[in-house]
Design a protein around this ligand. Structure first.
Ligand SMILES: *[C@@H]1O[C@H](CO)[C@@H](O)[C@H](O)[C@H]1NC(C)=O
Length: 271
């Protein structure tokens, strides 16, 4: 068995550290995996339900395919560097523990296959992400400087995301798998609350000033950082989903008419 660390770096943002683990393809359909039929006229809502029903198991982890629990989700680091504009920021959050992903609700899935290519677009509503991490940041937030390192807690409330993807249906060991080639994420956020400990080497007054300034101007700050945050979310989601779907062949959840007939036969035998 081998595993590797995922690391994405661009000019504005970097996400590191969701562990992707190699595993054999899933052979038997687990009880939590909902079956859809490719030719179902209501395929969009079937795929949405299939995804929704996976969440409790994703949260706990799926040991038979080496999918680590994602509640809480651990990330090694998310780095930020923004050199221009009202917010200038360099540094990173690291050793992140993110609570809340498993309470996400997928909505409005649109699932399209065109030969070997396809698209899966969906919304993901996340009531709360509670991030506990360490930070090392330096910069300027609108009118105030920010400098420090230590522990921090960041709460993001009511995040509504719109996710769009480009897919390729690939083959491995004679079975079809869905691979997400690229992903874009748009998001809106309802609120933000932060607590950075030990800003300015522990200067309490400056630290409090900066924390309360960020809390009062949270949405404006987030909108300034929108591109970085979108890119980070896309990289994280894409990695999470590929880590799952590249091990669950479509013959277990996205069936041709032929496969669907077999599935029904098996099912009636087991009744
Ligand atoms: C999908 O591919 C098309 C064509 O290459 C591209 O224009 C589009 O931005 C891609 N979408 C995503 C979500 O990556």
């Amino acid at each position: 068995m081998f595993f590797y660390f995922f690391c994405f770096v661009s000019l504005s943002v970097g996400v590191c550290g969701y562990t992707v683990q190699d595993a054999p393809l899933l052979v038997k359909r687990p009880s939590w995996l909902k079956v859809c039929k490719k030719t179902d006229p209501k395929i969009n809502s079937c795929i949405n339900d299939m995804f929704l029903q996976m969440f409790p198991d994703l949260a706990k982890g799926i040991p038979e395919i080496n999918v680590e629990h994602f509640e809480p989700l651990s990330l090694e680091s998310v780095s930020i560097s923004k050199g221009m504009g009202p917010i200038v920021l360099a540094g990173s959050l690291f050793d992140l523990l993110v609570a809340g992903p498993s309470n996400s609700t997928p909505v409005d899935s649109e699932f399209i296959q065109n030969g070997k290519k396809g698209n899966w677009n969906f919304g993901l509503d996340i009531p709360l992400l509670d991030i506990k991490s360490r930070y090392n940041l330096k910069g300027q937030i609108l009118v105030l400087p920010l400098l420090g390192q230590g522990h921090c807690e960041i709460k993001l409330y009511n995040i509504l995301t719109k996710v769009s993807t480009n897919l390729t249906f690939v083959e491995k060991d004679g079975r079809e798998l869905m691979h997400i080639d690229s992903m874009k994420v748009k998001f809106r956020i309802g609120g933000l609350k932060v607590k950075f400990e030990n800003l300015f080497n522990g200067n309490k007054i400056l630290g409090q000033t900066v924390n309360s300034f960020i809390n009062h101007n949270g949405l404006e700050i987030v909108s300034e950082l929108e591109e970085s945050i979108s890119t980070s979310l896309a990289e994280i989601f894409k990695k999470l989903l590929n880590n799952v779907f590249m091990k669950i062949p479509t013959d277990l959840w996205y069936l041709t008419d032929e496969q669907y007939k077999e599935y029904n036969k098996e099912n009636s035998k087991n009744m």
